[in-house]
Design a protein around this ligand. Structure first.
Ligand code: COA
Length: 186
């Protein structure tokens, strides 16, 4: 287990242009709900978020620029994988790289804790999200029939596998790996 400083540093990611990824807090809910409602036909309620985030293995993160929240993600931690439950960027700031930043954060979480993959389910009709995740290396691995209770729609399961681990070079690729923090946390 790492030191307090290392853990503190890992809680948020700040980019050069002031975009910030950090843990979701209760005060974020109005803006998170705005992005959620603007993004999905069958959106989660605030209760859905709170119920989910009360689970010990459930993590919420937001991407923030200045004092505005542009998007968020909710994922579960499992022993060998991360499972993405909800992920959205507000329509007003789409195609500016916020989604990509959040995927980068997820990949960092996967590799730095030596999990093997990230999984998610995406609606069959949600082509934009399928293209987005494919652009980041995810592959459709399975069809999940009648997956959604709301519409009965099918889903694709999509997965991103971690690159092979090299004991001398870590995972080699993916940003932003801070080797000292990685060492302190293991
Ligand atoms: C999918 C989503 C999260 C993408 O977020 P974003 O911040 O706009 O994505 P980015 O700007 O980081 O895009 C990075 C790359 O992904 C791909 N991409 C993103 N949106 C795309 C789209 N609508 N169609 C095709 N490719 C797309 C492109 O390659 C893009 O690079 P480019 O802009 O240089 O062409 C966003 O469209 C969204 O919130 N959709 C509604 C909610 C949703 O469907 N969530 C997923 C549930 S499974």
């Amino acid at each position: 287990m790492g030191t307090g400083r290392a853990r503190q540093r890992e809680k948020s990611t700040v980019t050069d242009n002031g975009i910030h990824i950090r843990w979701m807090i209760r005060r974020d809910m109005p803006e998170v709900m705005r992005a959620e409602r603007a993004s999905f036909e069958y959106s989660w309620t605030e209760d859905d978020f709170l119920r989910c985030l009360r689970q010990r293995n459930c993590i919420g993160m937001v991407v923030e620029q200045g004092d505005r929240i542009g998007g968020f993600m909710i994922y579960e931690l499992h022993k060998t994988r991360l499972h993405l439950l909800n992920f959205a960027v507000h329509p007003s700031v789409r195609r500016t790289g916020l989604g990509k930043l959040m995927v980068g954060k997820l990949v960092y979480k996967m590799t730095s804790h030596r999990r093997q993959k990230i999984t998610l389910a995406v609606r069959e009709r949600n082509l934009a999200a399928q293209m987005f995740f494919r652009a980041h290396g995810f592959q459709a691995t399975r069809m999940l029939q009648n997956y959604y209770e709301d519409s009965g729609e099918d889903a694709y399961q999509m997965e991103l596998m971690a690159p092979p681990y090299d004991p001398f070079d870590g995972f080699g690729v993916i940003a932003p790996v801070n080797r000292i923090a990685q060492y302190e946390e293991s």
